[in-house]
Design a protein. Structure first.
Length: 528
């Protein structure tokens, strides 16, 4: 359909303001008209009869930093209606700096970047412009900032180091970053205390950005401690700047009573908070995160591999560390049966994908600890997992969480691995199938607010998220009867169905369920 005018005819327009029958005309990147019987010359017409025209969805927590240029990844997201993603999550990504730390430590989550050669947010966002079908915003990763200033040090940063980190954050925000992220169960985030993070959040508050936190302590029953630390950080940042800090809690998963009580506590403390949560019970992360001590994980990969190959060091880990793994808040002593191997970079371990550690260890004729340590050594730590929880929650519990007005859509999708978590290819379709059509937690209008408009407003993503003249033409055509996720834990690579037509910047990037050749995505710079 080229780059000209596109008419979406005969559908029902749904955004956060309501639902109505209307045609939509996109012209030169923006919505030119919305109304009955919109007419005029158009390069193409999309028949939307029986379907909904909605603003493009925003994935507020996505690990696409190095994979957003991959056609299969773009297709998987567009088939769910996602047109924009927020990257730089969990405190680790490429910028600022040369990207070496992220490419090493987070290789099994973000993957390598095909073109970023160093610099900062400006260069990273520029790499997205016109090179993909998706839009991408970026959070300054606090762990990467710390690594740039403090290296692999494990102690508290001193005043000079805090000042240097604060200046880095301020510069990245000026370059267009939408906020700051922390990953306080990863390294080096685990070594950052509340005072240090608050110092980094001061320029975020001043700029009107968002502090996004993978909070400390494993979530679930430990959520209160993590939320309390977020509240401390917000208060200290406000005290330093006189400006309230907007906060956003990443993948806030716990029993609904815990989640809702903690959100109520933040509101009572006058802390402006939103959160994302995905419609699955199991999690996904680096295999080494729960299975290796932090003081080992922070070391260079070559050193870690050497330790894992040393019989005496392995025995020390078995004796001194793995009893702590048995007490992990989410896993417990049955961890070998609760961890499914999603990605193992060593080709000789490919047969273990989709198996639990217990199953893989049995096939290999070793115990679970030996298998896990051998796998991490052979993969040079490039391994990730799907992680069950001790107490699975029913859909009704998730529905109570999603009903909260501060909830925003987020998949925490990881696209690295032969047997990944299904959330990467199913989250947004699952929201619509289960929580709109089947359970009725949301109306379609509510879905537009949770999955699009709320995130656009929160992260300052420009004039998108509403279907009105002048708005950016990021548009999704949804079949409300057919929309469904097909990815499962057993078959995680299956794409969603029910969304066949998607426009980004007013141009079809998915047409009839297939990718077009148009790369109209761009890096989204923070817009106040």
């Amino acid at each position: 359909m080229g780059n000209g005018r596109v008419l979406l005819r005969g559908g029902r327009v749904v955004d956060a303001t309501g639902e109505r029958r209307a045609d939509v005309l996109a012209d030169r990147g923006v919505i030119a008209a919305v109304g009955d019987a919109v007419c005029g010359p158009a390069d193409g017409v999309i028949d939307c009869t029986g379907r909904l025209v909605m603003p493009g969805f925003v994935d507020t927590h996505a690990h696409l930093d190095g994979r957003i240029f991959d056609d299969d990844v773009q297709r998987a997201l567009l088939r769910q209606g996602v047109t924009s993603v927020v990257c730089g999550q969990d405190g680790v990504s490429y910028a600022p700096g040369d990207g070496a730390y992220a490419s090493e430590y987070f290789a099994a989550i973000n993957g390598p970047h095909p073109s970023y050669a160093g610099g900062g947010t400006a260069e990273l966002l520029a790499a997205v412009d016109g090179a993909t079908r998706l839009n991408a915003a970026y959070l300054v990763p606090a762990g990467t900032v710390r690594f740039e200033v403090c290296g692999r040090a494990q102690g508290p940063a001193d005043d000079a180091q805090r000042a240097a980190m604060g200046a880095l954050v301020e510069g990245e925000l000026s370059a267009g970053a939408v906020g700051l992220s922390t990953g306080l169960d990863y390294v080096p985030g685990i070594f950052q205390n509340a005072d240090e993070i608050a110092a980094l959040c001061a320029p975020v508050a001043s700029a009107g950005g968002v502090y996004v936190s993978h909070m400390r302590g494993g979530y679930e029953a430990n959520a209160a401690a993590g939320i309390d630390e977020i509240a401390q950080i917000a208060r200290r940042a406000q005290s330093a700047t006189g400006t309230a800090l907007k906060v956003h809690v990443s993948h806030f998963h716990a029993d609904a009573d815990i989640v809702l009580a903690q959100l109520a506590g933040l509101a009572a403390s006058h802390i402006d908070a939103t959160f994302d949560a995905y419609p699955y019970i199991r999690g996904c992360s680096l295999l080494g995160m729960p299975l290796l001590p932090y003081e080992l994980s922070v070391r260079p990969v070559d050193e870690v591999v050497a330790v894992l190959g040393d019989p005496a060091e392995r025995e020390r880990l078995r004796r001194d560390w793995f009893p702590q793994v048995d007490r992990h808040a989410s896993l417990g002593p049955d961890w070998p049966h609760m961890i499914t191997l999603a990605h193992l970079a060593a080709p000789e371990l490919a047969c273990a994908h989709g198996l639990t550690i217990a199953q893989a260890a049995e096939h290999a004729g070793v115990d679970a600890i030996d298998f896990a340590l051998d796998a991490l050594r052979r993969c040079r730590l490039q391994a990730n997992m799907v992680m069950a929880v001790q107490n699975a929650r029913p859909n009704s519990e998730l529905a109570r969480i999603f009903a909260h007005p501060a909830h925003l859509g987020g998949s925490d999708g990881i696209f690295i691995g032969a047997h990944p978590h299904p959330r990467a290819r199913g989250t947004f379709a699952r929201y619509l199938r289960e929580y709109v059509r089947e359970i009725g937690t949301w109306t379609w209008v509510d879905a537009a607010q949770h999955l699009s408009t709320g995130a656009v407003t929160r992260f300052g993503l420009g004039r998108r998220g509403l279907i009105e003249p002048g708005a950016v033409g990021d548009l999704v055509v949804v079949d409300p009867r057919a929309i469904a996720d097909r990815a499962t834990y057993d078959e995680p690579m299956r794409e969603a169905v029910g969304i066949d037509d998607v426009l980004v910047a007013g141009v079809p990037v998915l047409a009839g369920g297939e990718l077009t050749e148009v790369l109209s995505g761009r890096g989204l710079r923070r817009a106040l």
